[in-house]
Design a protein around this ligand. Sequence first.
Ligand code: ZN
Length: 214
Amino acid sequence: MEGLAEEAMTRGSNTVQVDGLTIQVHGGATPQELAHIQQALQQMPPGARQYAADIYLNENLGQILSAEGRPIGGVGGMAGDPGMRMVLDRKELRSLGSSRRLIYHEAGHNADIAIGATNKAPWGRTGTSVSKYGKTNAKEDYAEVHRVVLQDWKRYQSMTPSQWARESEALKKMEIAQRYGAKIPDQAEVEAAANRFNRVWRRGREMRDSWNPG
Ligand SMILES: [Zn+2]
């Protein structure tokens, strides 16, 4: 992280403004890269922007070797830094969609460091996540759930108990959504909705199972 950040600084620094917050972007960013970063931050919940306020751009992060000399394939970014910095592979900034995906994941690592989220359940204990990569470990689980919630932030801000009852990894998503100010229903209401949903689903299945073609 240190070497990458220093290297980016030699190529020049810019700032972008998001609702009065100044975001530092190091690495000689193009106007398009700055625009994608600005829009991605604009679409984040305001409380999450502090975790993406110091950005360093590099080329070919995927070529970087680990401390043991092992190539780290397909790495799009790095974060989880006490200084709340993040390093992004600029290939991922070519479109707004991939910029959002990467920034929301890396901001999740910084948020995790800041609040110590993954020191406790449910992170990484269940062996499930919102993506294959999220199953790697508790930290990637947190970063991936963070990404998914932020990518669909409008919807996660005000979901009903029955919508939450149908949601995968609901407890994890609720923890993140609530942290950024979403209205979260009572756990009991969600459980009641889940029971109703399961009853209806089971009845439907029993009816199918009892069908006898004769
Ligand atoms: Zn990650």
